[in-house]
Write a protein that binds this ligand. Sequence first.
Ligand SMILES: O=C(O)CCC(=O)N[C@@H](CCC(=O)O)C(=O)O
Ligand SMILES: [Zn+2]
Length: 344
Amino acid sequence: MRSAPDTMSQPSFLQQTLDGKTTLGLPFTLGNGVRVQVMDEGVIRFEPNDSDSRKLDLVISCGVHGNETAPVELVDRLISALYAGELRLKARVLFVYGNVDALRSGTRFIKQDMNRLFCRIPDVSDDLEARRATMLEMQLMRFFARAMQEDKPRLHYDLHTAIHGSLIEKFAIYPLPPMGKQFEPTEIARLAEAGIEAVLLQSTTSTTFSFFSSRHCDASAFTVELGRAMPFGQNQAVDLSDMERYLAALIEGELPQPELIPEHTQVFRVAREIVKESDAFRLHIDAKTDNFMPLPQGMLLAEDGGKRWTITEENARIIFPNPDVAVGQRAGLIIVPSRSFSRT
Ligand SMILES: O=C(O)CCC(=O)N[C@@H](CCC(=O)O)C(=O)O
Ligand SMILES: [Zn+2]
């Protein structure tokens, strides 16, 4: 066990990570007994000294897209508060800065969108982003393995921001649960306590980080969208105080058990995923359309060669419209209101 670094005089873990100066290796202990270990570049674990008394195991990830900085700043504050002994740790917590190279360059990704690279079989020809996604999967499997044996709650919040504006600023995507399970209203009510105003229930499997931990680590996992992507230091427009308070409380072992989803929390189901199948793909709304913009029935939303996407659903809305994605990737989601929590 190493002795604790002099954290007061050191740059934050985020700054060290961005500077390429993280020291991997042996765990060390802070003055209050908290055990800390840098697991890989941008991946750090905190454990209480009496690890058996912990209430839950929690992964907080951000920066899977390198231009989405508000959550990265939030995570930096949480890590710094732990280092300073300002939080009474009652959980095992793994923090992840997802795509460190993309964070350095301030871009969504370097070569490939990392949030499309989970749940796949690794290949010798994998590039750096694909390898990093595989490494992160292994970190989460290892981290959650202990909670699975001991049946402690396992939570993963993968924090993002959206490319465009949103009529609803803070929302979450709830990955499709495995067969035999349903979407849990308590989880949605917890998200509401964290300031989340709408939750989208996924209707298909996915290749995202949150889908991975939901499906392969049996964690309650969510992609959380917290306002709009802005450069570091320019995130004052979005108020993340509820989310920050909620995550700090989880770190202190307080897992709320709300029974009712508040009236004002909107729940939607993904009705259709629009996949760009060729370069002929055309989106017939402005590519900068706000998320949650209503789509009138009968409207021709998109075309791809002979394929047409016409709105048949009542009260449909658009999420993540983006005609510029690579062929084979999602160019938008059509969502509809839902009050059912069953899987289908
Ligand atoms: O605003 C956009 O178009 C994308 C914002 C973003 O990065 N969203 C995530 C959602 C992941 C999920 O569906 O769970 C993504 O596209 O990876
Ligand atoms: Zn993102």
